[in-house]
Design a binder for this molecule. Structure first.
Ligand code: ADP
Ligand code: MG
Length: 693
């Protein structure tokens, strides 16, 4: 064996059939087996006396078959009574073959492993694992606990145990294949075992105490592996940041006359927070290094105009700007806004999404390539290989949390050439608690828009049961009578666009029937761009009163006259997502309301969560509390395409490690920079290779 990166088929006895099954578990190379951790352990380290068994125990025993009978009462079963001199036990089989029945004849010695239950005639084991023994003295106990691995169809414990054992054996005979990149000082500091010891300990804990510690997530071996993994994720971002500084970027100098003209064209003046963030960006633009900045600002804090300001500076310097939004709807809205804002300048703003096809698409691509288009706005389609920019100077990514770290990292290469890289401005409304930001945004500088534009009236949020649906519908009538508009949001747990669309369609039909005077529109993810635009346009210019929508309107949509939002089954959504949705109202001068109409009965946690939303308007507070209630895994994971997948680490269990990661990363960067690359490779695989030169 020369390498742990060889395919698992390099192990003796692992054929392509097993390899295919293992691949379903994400196990491709030998090293993957080492990090495929057991979900629990079975204790076969000691043989119990039958007389000492108690119901509920899972135990290994030995005994002699006293008699075997087939019972025809009720379900046919094979009952095999065994004893070891200290007591009797029944083995019960509902499925059995003739040969099995034959092999369990009186006088045969066997060992069994199963849970002990109280049966009809005393203690019993149902379908135990068993082996026939040569004698009562045959050794059957294992030296360490037996791992039970997560499985996939067509794979059984025996096969995967064998595969892992083989992989461990390779490491034992050739420890150099698995270098421990964590320096000894760090291991000592946190009382962590070395890598090989840790891997052995998680697969084959010595005793039940060690297994219990593993199960409780307190084992130093497990903690060490989780630590190493989290560190690798953090280091990928940190080193991306370091490497980014090796690139040059265009310098954009602010032209006072131009920016003044832009600001004067707006119907409002910038908030202090917006001005501060703009100053940060201007400073970045002067350095000659690629800006890597995250702008975090609550829903409605006015991030778009900040982005437009940055775009203007790039534009003035003769560079192109790409603005990426997570949904067509939002991209379309940005396109309209940017077109309006930049209409007063010599500019060409174009739109590009996956739905744009044929000649129209070709024309946009042409304009980007020959630099006749300055600003392009679109979805992730912007960054496909077929899109070539003549002079890309700035990439703006809106609602970054919808894209995920890896997608964002991959984007950096776009538009780089001759040691030059575009600047990047990343925007998000989802506040990520500090500890988690470390795993998502460590490559970025942070600016926060911590102030809402003046004159916003807080949204009154009410939590009510769907039993009061008719009252809510009645209220819509009233609302519309006052020339105000309404959103009705349908949610479904299923991620299926088709089901969501269907639910919204049905709701729209019903509401239209119940509210004959109200003009009802429908918006969902399955509609064509043109249809969506027509509906959105009609709602915006008040040709529609009520917009029934799926969560597609979650991000960005801006219709100030819509000041009432009803969200059906809010208990199904994450709090940050609900907060985002709610941010669609409260944008105008009217008092705004958000009705969270839940399906009774509501669980205790759900009740608490909706209460948090009712009582707070601060996205950061909401995210923190949601984090406490649900744990970071869920908060980060929910509906995030790019949520980080960990092999070992579990953010709910291991968040205590995060505080130490930063220190360890500092140490790596100063003392063992050569170890960063292989460590990241080990945990993140080839995906760490973002083609940094
Ligand atoms: P978000 O931060 O959620 O992306 P937007 O950029 O969509 O927020 O801005 C929300 C609304 O606030 C828009 O209608 C925008 O025109 C308006 N807005 C932005 N900045 C200001 C400001 N300084 N004063 C008043 N309104 C503003
Ligand atoms: Mg926005």
């Amino acid at each position: 064996m020369s390498d742990l990166k060889q395919s698992v088929t390099a192990l003796a006895g692992i054929g392509s059939h097993t390899a295919n099954r293992l691949a379903n578990l994400g196990i491709h190379i030998i090293q993957d087996l080492l990090f495929h951790l057991p979900s629990r352990y079975e204790d076969r380290t000691q043989v119990y006396r039958i007389g000492a068994l108690q119901a509920g125990m899972t135990a290994l025993i030995k005994g002699k078959v006293e008699c075997t009978d087939v019972l025809q009462k009720g379900r046919t079963s094979l009952i095999c009574k065994i004893s070891d001199g200290t007591g009797f036990l029944d083995l019960k089989f509902f499925h059995f073959s003739a040969s099995q029945q034959n092999s369990l004849k009186a006088g045969v010695f066997i060992s069994c492993f199963a849970e002990v239950r109280v049966g009809y005639a005393g203690l019993e084991m149902v379908h135990p694992e068993y082996s026939v023994l040569a004698s009562m003295e045959a050794p059957v106990a294992e030296a360490s606990l037996t791992p039970v691995y997560p499985l996939t169809e067509g794979l059984n414990q025996a096969v995967i145990r064998k595969a892992v054992k083989l992989a461990l054996a390779v490491c034992n005979t050739q420890p150099a294949l698995l270098p421990d990149w964590i320096p000894a000082v760090i291991l000592q500091n946190y009382h962590y075992p070395d890598l090989l010891t840790a891997i052995h300990a998680v697969h084959h804990p010595q005793d039940s105490q060690a297994a219990a510690a593993l199960q409780a997530g307190e084992s130093p071996a497990l903690k060490r592996l989780a630590f190493e993994e989290l560190l690798a994720h953090h280091l990928v971002l940190r080193s991306a940041r370091v490497k980014s500084n090796a690139w040059h970027a265009p310098v954009f100098v602010s032209d006072a006359a131009l920016t003044a003209q832009f600001l004067q064209s707006l119907a409002f003046s910038l908030t202090g927070a917006q001005q501060r963030v703009i100053a940060d960006i201007e400073q970045d633009f002067h350095t000659g290094r690629p800006m890597m900045r995250l702008v975090q600002g609550d829903v409605g804090s006015g991030k778009t105009i900040v982005a437009a300001y940055a775009a203007l500076l790039a534009l003035a310097a003769g560079y192109q700007v790409a603005v990426m939004a997570p949904t067509e709807l939002l991209a379309e809205q940005h396109f309209k806004n940017f077109s309006t804002w930049f209409g007063i300048f010599d500019s060409n703003v174009v739109f590009l999404t996956g739905q744009l096809k044929g000649a129209a698409r070709h024309l946009v691509l042409q304009h980007l390539q020959d630099n006749t288009a300055n600003v392009v706005i679109g979805t992730h389609a912007l960054f496909q290989d077929s899109v070539n920019f003549a002079k890309l100077g700035l990439i703006i990514i809106d609602e970054q949390h919808r894209f995920g770290v890896h997608q964002r990292m991959a984007l950096r290469e776009k538009g780089q050439h001759d040691g030059m890289r575009p600047h990047q401005l990343v925007m998000t409304a989802t506040p990520i608690p500090r500890t988690l930001a470390m795993l998502q945004y460590s490559d970025l500088d942070l600016s926060v828009i911590d102030e809402l534009p003046p004159g916003r009236t807080p949204i009154v949020t009410v939590v009510i049961s769907a039993e009061r649906r008719s009252e809510v519908i009645e209220r819509i009538n009233n609302w519309v009578d006052h020339k105000k508009q309404v959103y009705w949001v349908c949610t479904l747990i299923e991620e299926s666009d088709a089901l969501q669309a269907e639910a919204a369609e049905i709701t729209a039909q019903r509401l239209a029937m119940l509210l004959p005077k109200v003009r009802v529109g429908l918006l969902h993810g399955r509609m064509k761009t043109a249809e969506k635009n027509t509906v959105m346009g009609a709602f915006k210019c008040q040709q529609l009163d009520l917009l029934v929508a799926t969560t597609v309107i979650e991000v960005g949509v801006d219709v100030p006259n819509a000041s009432l939002m009803v969200i059906e089954n809010p208990e199904r959504l994450g709090l940050s997502q609900l907060h985002q949705l709610r941010g669609r109202v409260g944008r105008g001068v009217n008092d705004s309301y958000c009705v969270l109409m839940y399906q009774a009965p509501l669980s205790e946690t759900a009740r608490l969560r909706l209460g948090i939303l009712r009582d707070s308007h601060d996205g950061f507070v909401i995210a923190e509390k949601d984090l406490q209630l649900r744990g970071p895994g869920e908060v980060m994971g929910v509906r995030q395409t790019g949520a980080i997948q960990f092999k070992v680490a579990d953010l709910r269990r291991d968040s205590d490690l995060l505080d130490n990661i930063q220190h360890a990363a500092d140490y790596f960067i100063t003392h063992t920079p050569h170890a960063i690359e292989p460590l990241c490779e080990r945990w993140l695989g080839i995906s760490t290779d973002y083609s940094e030169v």
